[in-house]
Write a protein that binds this ligand. Structure first.
Ligand SMILES: C[S@@+](CC[C@H](N)C(=O)[O-])C[C@H]1O[C@@H](n2cnc3c(N)ncnc32)[C@H](O)[C@@H]1O
Length: 207
């Protein structure tokens, strides 16, 4: 079973009315259906939605509404929880920026730019509630649960996040990031990279 999908499910309760935006093969909705939780599985590509629909067995299909659309455009009003996973930060921000409503929960696993995502989500009136690093097939993913609200983040919170639920995996990821940033800094002498190195070193010293 896909670890990322399993961890996303752990942030969803039967009280939530969920839509998975960019559902691809609808693995998340399938797992929710196994727990008898209804969801909307939506993707911008019609052929993807059709193949996901075919893939899911009849008993589970009754728990899933399949939708084709760009972002939240065809998502029913009753939906209060969004999942946006496996997309870049700017795609996630664009989808939420175009969306007319404020959701109770937004669960993201962005492919990149988590610092930009945290910062720009404030403009959309969402703040970080919890975060978790997930290790799947040797790759680290950063899940963020956003809820409506306002915050002021420190430099560390912007770059690394806050309320991390798995601090051991976070430490492993930070060590890897530090290595990467050191290599980039050697070549570029870029000030932002140096700032990232300092923030991560300080965090690792406190472990
Ligand atoms: C890499 S897949 C991620 C699949 C799954 N969510 C996951 O985390 O494994 C990204 C999916 O997002 C869809 N997508 C990209 N932009 C979208 C948009 N604006 N609205 C809806 N779906 C979108 C793509 O068609 C693709 O199926």
């Amino acid at each position: 079973m896909n670890k990322r999908i399993e961890r996303i499910v752990s942030y969803i309760s039967s009280k939530d009315s969920v839509a998975d935006i960019g559902c691809d093969q609808a693995f998340l909705s399938e797992l929710l259906a196994k727990k008898e939780i209804y969801s909307v599985a939506s993707d911008i590509k019609e052929n993807i939605v059709l193949s996901a629909k075919k893939r899911i067995n009849n008993d589970l299909r009754k728990y899933i509404s399949f939708v084709v659309g760009d972002g939240t455009e065809n998502i029913p009003d009753k939906i209060d929880t969004l999942v946006l996973s496996g997309m870049g930060a700017y795609t996630i921000l664009k989808i939420l920026g175009n969306s007319k409503k404020q959701y109770k929960k937004v669960i993201t696993i962005s492919n990149n730019n988590h610092d930009i995502l945290r910062e720009k989500m404030l403009k959309l009136k969402y703040t970080v509630s919890k975060e978790e690093i997930i290790l799947e097939k040797g790759k680290y993913y950063n899940l963020i649960l956003f809820v409506p609200g306002e915050s002021k983040y420190s430099k560390e919170e912007l770059l690394i996040g806050k309320n991390h639920q798995n601090t051991e995996l976070l430490r492993e990821k930070l060590e890897k990031d530090l290595n990467k940033y050191n290599k980039i800094y050697e070549l570029s002498q870029n000030k932002k990279i140096l700032n990232n190195i300092n923030v991560i070193e300080k965090k690792l010293m406190n472990y």
